[in-house]
Design a protein around this ligand. Structure first.
Ligand SMILES: C[S@@+](CC[C@H](N)C(=O)[O-])C[C@H]1O[C@@H](n2cnc3c(N)ncnc32)[C@H](O)[C@@H]1O
Length: 275
């Protein structure tokens, strides 16, 4: 098995012969174990720091915006220090031409973008992910939140990043793919093994991985959650490393991955995107 998986930490999950490893713990402690220049691509869906006693609407009901202790704000400066710390480790482990994608709302994305500039990443695009059926705004004092930003950046100014331009154009009906992506939230079929409060849709990860990686590339997600990045990475023939604090979410990931091992790999010409 590839040596980049050997970091001197017992994986929480490995499946003999398969290109996937899950590690339980704080990514600030686990990332430093990886060799420099060993990861081709990182997708990170970090804490947005928005679980601060607010309310939102879910399935027509008023519910608390409490995603978990991991999502509570530590104050603007501490939040930014945290973002600088994990982004700096991500930059170290990326290959010279490696890229990172980071999702976020206004609560976190400006800090992430500023930290990337401080660290010398090359900003490639800010993609706007539009959620067509976003929950209504209960207070009626704001516009309805219906987007997230996903920043795409390369390790540094010299990086020659992969962009599968022709495939993106083909997936967009023969026209250049723009940076506004309309993708609905995860489908019920993606939640059959349990729920994660901030699960990303597979379609989002599919587009990200197809745009910026090739088969056999090593993909890492330092905030694995329910393992969406891993499930899609395996489906597309990439290798995957996930890091996650919570055992509950790791167990959910394992169930999703095991399902994936039972189904045939996605054929590229079967990939369709929604507009
Ligand atoms: C926004 S969620 C990711 C959701 C994921 N993209 C999905 O589709 O399921 C962030 C996850 O990171 C985990 N987490 C928070 N802080 C962490 C840390 N310092 N190290 C590792 N995992 C962390 C949380 O437990 C949570 O599951």
């Amino acid at each position: 098995m590839d040596s980049f998986f050997d970091i001197g930490v017992e994986p929480y999950y490995e499946n003999r012969g398969s290109p996937v490893r899950l590690f339980q713990g704080d990514c600030l402690e686990i990332l430093p174990r990886f060799m420099p220049n060993s990861i081709d691509m990182i997708f990170a869906d970090p804490p947005y720091f928005l679980s601060n006693g607010g309310i939102t609407c879910h399935a027509g009901r008023m519910v608390s915006v409490n995603k978990g202790d991991w999502d509570v704000s530590r104050g603007v400066e501490e939040n930014h220090k945290f973002n600088l710390a994990w982004l700096s480790e991500c930059q170290r482990v990326l290959t010279e031409n490696g890229v990172i994608w980071v999702s976020g709302t206004a609560h976190v994305i400006f800090s992430v973008g500023f930290a990337m500039q401080q660290l010398g990443f090359k900003l490639l695009n800010d993609v706007i992910w539009f959620k067509p059926n976003a929950s209504p705004n209960l207070s009626c004092r704001y516009f309805t939140h219906s987007t997230e930003t996903v920043i795409w950046a390369a390790k540094n100014k010299k990086s020659k990043h992969i962009f599968n331009y022709d495939l993106m154009k083909q997936m967009n009906g023969g026209k250049q793919m723009r940076n506004l992506w309309e993708i609905p939230p995860p489908q019920p079929s993606e939640k059959t093994h349990g729920k994660h409060p901030t699960q990303k849709p597979s379609k989002l990860l599919e587009r990200i991985l197809l745009a910026s990686t090739n088969e056999g590339d090593v993909v890492l997600d330092p905030f694995n959650g329910s393992g969406t990045t891993g499930v899609v990475a395996l489906k597309l023939g990439r290798k995957y490393i996930g890091i996650e604090l919570s055992q509950e979410y790791l167990n959910l990931t394992v169930k999703r991955l095991q399902d994936e091992f039972r189904t045939p790999r996605l054929q590229l010409n079967a990939v369709k995107v929604s507009h």
